[in-house]
Design a protein around this ligand. Sequence first.
Ligand code: ADP
Length: 192
Amino acid sequence: MKKLFLIIGAPGSGKTTDAQLIAERNPDKVVHYSTGDLLRAEVASGSELGQTIKSYIDNGNLVPLEIVIDTIKKAIEEADREVVLIDGFPRSVEQMEALDQMLKNSGDIQLLGVIEVVVSDETAKERVLGRGRGADDREEVFYNRMKVFKEPLPAIEQFYTAQNKLIKVDGERTIEEIVADIEKIIKEKAQI
Ligand code: ADP
């Protein structure tokens, strides 16, 4: 049985960094996938699919449902550790529903928690514009990404709150504090 945790948060919330550090600290038990990094890897491969993905990422829009679900399915399938962390998913109600269906159809994956790393708009903006990762870290694109992030958030929060799976973590502290907090939650819930 794979124990799944999702880590969500605004652009610049630090969700990928946090999840990566937790996986590095627990290499035997935890594997991490970043949805954004997986999609960017496809772009970097130069494939036709990558070209399609790039057009969405560069404008700060969501990559189409089927592509994202395929990406997540592959990641979960190839995950060879007890605990699987995925950040940046779900980012829409339809993605959340598709995952729910996937979980219902699979006897092998158990969703144990959805961790939301919460930061203010101001912090998100400073971090994203400060890092300049790609075409999507420009100011106009950042505002669109924030809008795209926020629009489905209440529905996503409600859905996982009703299942008693949503945990909000204050993302305004030091990385060390945030990581320690999330790691503790994961270890308790996964009993590792
Ligand atoms: P950030 O969270 O800082 O925006 P990410 O690397 O998580 O950075 O996402 C970058 C871009 O990748 C998004 O703006 C979007 O275009 C695409 N992306 C990432 N995750 C998803 C997802 N779950 N569904 C659709 N598109 C996604």
